[in-house]
Write a protein that binds this ligand. Structure first.
Ligand SMILES: *[C@@H]1O[C@H](CO)[C@@H](O)[C@H](O)[C@H]1NC(C)=O
Ligand SMILES: *[C@@H]1O[C@H](CO)[C@@H](O)[C@H](O)[C@H]1NC(C)=O
Ligand SMILES: *[C@@H]1O[C@H](CO)[C@@H](O)[C@H](O)[C@H]1NC(C)=O
Ligand SMILES: *[C@@H]1O[C@H](CO)[C@@H](O)[C@H](O)[C@H]1NC(C)=O
Ligand SMILES: *[C@@H]1O[C@H](CO)[C@@H](O)[C@H](O)[C@H]1NC(C)=O
Length: 343
C-alpha cells in the first residue's frame, strides 16, 4: 500500500515536471524510472536555465522596447526638424516677398520722380496724396512726395489714407503710440517731427503749403472704450510763418463736436513762443504746440495718457465736445485733402 502511494507520488511529480519542463518530456521513456530526487534535481537545473532564458528574453524585449522608443523619439525629432525647416522656408519666402514689394515701391517712386522731372503744369504735379490717388495709387501707406522745382518745395515723406470716405487724404498728425513727445519748440513744429507710420506732426510749413488750395480737414478720434468719432471742416488753411501759422476754419460737420472752432483765427503757439490770447502761457500749461486761444476747447497735441482719465492735469489729448476736458483720447488722426477731390 505504501509503495503504491509512493509510486503515485512519483508519477504525480513526473507529470508536474512534464508540465513545468517540456524539455524533460523529450528524454527517453526509460528514464521515467529515475528516482524522484534525481528527477527533481535535473528538472530544477532545467528550470534554472529556463529562468535565465526568460530573464534574457525579457531583457531582450526591454532592450527592443527601449530601442523602439528611441526610434520613435528620433522620428519625432526629425518631423519637428522638418517642420522647423518648413517654417524657415516660409519666413524666407515672406521676407523675399516683402523685399520685392519694397523694391517695387521704390521703383514706382523713382518712376514718379522721373515723371516729375519732365516739364509739367501745376495741374499734373504730384502735390499731395489726392494727386497720388488720381494717378491710381490707391493703397494706404507711406509715400514720398517728390521735390517740386516749380513750387520750390523739397521732397516729403507722407502717409496717405486712401480708404476713409473715398481716400486721397494726406495725414498731417497722428497720436496712437504715445512714445513721441509733442512738447516741442517752434522750429520742430515748423518742420515736423516723429515717425510717419507712428506718431507725428507733419510740420506747419508743409501744412501751410498743402492748404494753399481750398482744403478739407478731417479729424478722427478714438476713445479707450474703442468708440470712434470724427469732425470735418469743409474749409481749412493756415497762414504763413510771418503770420504765425494762424488757423482758419469753416463749415463744420461730423459727430464729435465743433471743438476747433474756439481756436479759429488764432496764431500757433509752442513753448518759448507764446502767441495765445491769454495771460497764461497755454503751450506751457497744455504741453504742446497748438492754436491756443485761452486756452483750449481741444488739445490734440497734448500729453498722451493711458486709459483716458487724467483729472490731475489739464494737458491731455482732449476734445471737449466729446469727452470733456478731463479725458485723454487713445487715438487721433488729422488729415487733409482738396475740396475739389472726387474719388
Ligand atoms: C543569456 O545572455 C547572456 C548574455 O547576454 C549569454 O551569455 C547567455 O548565454 C544567455 N543565456 C541563455 C540561457 O540564453
Ligand atoms: C461753406 O459751405 C458753403 C455751402 O456749401 C459754401 O458756400 C462756402 O463757400 C463754404 N465756405 C468756405 C469757407 O469754404
Ligand atoms: C498773431 O501773429 C501776428 C503775426 O505773427 C501778430 O501780429 C499778432 O499780434 C499775433 N496775435 C496774437 C494774439 O498774438
Ligand atoms: C472762423 O472765422 C472766420 C472769420 O475769420 C469765419 O468766417 C468762420 O466761419 C469761422 N469758422 C468757424 C468754424 O466758426
Ligand atoms: C475736470 O477735472 C477738474 C479738476 O479735477 C474738475 O474740477 C472738473 O469738474 C472736471 N470737469 C469735468 C467736466 O469733469
Amino acid at each position: 500500500m505504501r509503495t503504491a502511494t509512493a509510486r503515485t507520488a512519483v508519477v504525480a511529480v513526473a507529470l508536474l515536471l512534464v508540465v513545468l519542463c517540456p524539455t524533460w518530456a523529450q528524454v527517453p521513456p526509460k528514464k521515467r524510472a529515475v528516482p524522484a530526487k534525481a528527477a527533481r534535481a535535473q528538472c530544477c537545473d532545467e528550470v534554472r536555465v529556463l529562468k535565465v532564458q526568460v530573464a534574457n528574453l525579457s531583457s531582450l524585449l526591454e532592450d527592443m522596447g527601449r530601442r523602439q522608443e528611441a526610434d520613435v523619439r528620433s522620428l519625432v525629432r526629425q518631423v519637428l526638424e522638418l517642420e522647423k525647416q518648413n517654417h524657415q522656408q516660409e519666413a524666407r519666402v515672406t521676407e523675399a516677398e516683402s523685399k520685392y514689394s519694397e523694391i517695387h515701391n521704390r521703383v514706382e517712386i523713382m518712376q514718379l520722380q522721373a515723371a516729375q522731372a519732365a516739364p509739367h503744369t501745376t495741374s499734373d504735379a504730384i502735390y499731395d496724396c489726392a494727386s497720388l490717388y488720381n494717378r491710381n495709387y490707391k493703397i494706404s501707406g507711406e509715400y514720398k512726395l517728390p521735390k517740386d522745382d516749380f513750387l520750390r518745395t523739397p521732397d516729403l515723406d507722407v502717409y496717405c489714407d486712401m480708404e476713409t470716405n473715398g481716400g486721397g487724404w494726406t495725414v498731417i498728425q497722428r497720436r496712437k503710440v504715445g512714445l513721441t513727445s509733442f512738447d516741442r519748440d517752434w522750429k520742430q513744429y515748423k518742420n515736423g517731427f516723429g515717425t510717419i507710420r507712428g506718431d507725428f506732426w507733419l510740420g506747419n510749413e508743409h501744412i501751410f503749403r498743402l492748404t494753399r488750395q481750398p482744403t478739407v480737414l478731417r479729424i478722427e478720434l478714438e476713445d479707450w472704450e474703442g468708440e470712434a468719432r470724427y469732425t470735418e471742416y469743409g474749409f481749412f488753411t493756415l497762414s504763413n510763418e510771418l503770420n504765425s501759422y494762424k488757423l482758419f476754419l469753416a463749415n463744420y460737420s461730423g459727430n464729435a463736436g465743433d471743438s476747433l472752432r474756439y481756436h479759429n483765427n488764432t496764431n500757433f503757439s509752442t513753448k518759448h513762443k507764446d502767441n495765445d490770447k491769454c495771460v497764461d502761457d497755454c503751450a506751457q500749461l497744455r504741453k504742446g504746440g497748438y492754436w491756443y486761444n485761452c486756452c483750449t476747447d481741444s488739445n490734440l497735441n497734448g500729453m498722451f495718457y493711458r486709459y483716458g482719465a487724467h483729472t490731475k492735469n489739464s494737458d491731455g489729448i482732449t476734445w471737449y465736445g466729446w469727452h470733456g476736458p478731463n479725458y485723454s483720447l487713445k487715438r487721433v488722426e488729422m488729415k487733409i485733402r482738396p475740396q475739389n477731390f472726387t474719388p
